[in-house]
Design a protein around this ligand. Structure first.
Ligand code: SF4
Ligand code: SF4
Length: 120
């Protein structure tokens, strides 16, 4: 088969095939097992020990004064700096941090992309 018929055949084949891409965000996809997405932090489990901020390689956690924890400090997550390595969750002694499979991390402003804070 000559080159031109080959190209025509390929163009025709591709025009009737299903695309490899999906129409996100209109189509939901199931994240792979172990996917690390939006951070969830549970206030009631946090002691304010600062371990998460110490181990974070992206400086995405700063400790701020707080009346809600034993040591009067709590982590503030700067989500747009986070590289989702999971080290904060791994090292938190009280398991107050969890990386959820939520991958919908988009917004028009930086403030739109926040962590989930759970009180209990
Ligand atoms: S490591 Fe855990 S307990 Fe310590 S400040 Fe961070 S979230 Fe709180
Ligand atoms: S997942 Fe990694 S980069 Fe993100 S806040 Fe935790 S330690 Fe920092």
């Amino acid at each position: 088969m000559g080159l031109i018929p080959k190209i025509i055949k390929e163009v025709f084949r591709k025009s009737v095939e299903k695309p490899f891409t999906i129409h996100y965000p209109f189509v939901e996809i199931k994240p792979a097992e172990g996917y690390r997405g939006r951070i969830k932090w549970t206030v009631s489990k946090c002691t304010g020990c600062s371990m998460c901020a110490t181990v974070c390689p992206a400086n995405a956690i700063v400790m701020v004064p707080s009346e809600r924890t034993q040591l009067k400090k709590e982590p503030q997550f700067i989500h747009y700096k986070c590289i989702f390595c999971g080290l904060c969750a791994e090292h938190c002694p009280t398991k107050a941090i969890e990386l959820t499979p939520d991958y919908h991390l988009y917004g028009l402003k930086k403030e739109d992309v926040k962590i989930v804070t759970a009180e209990k």
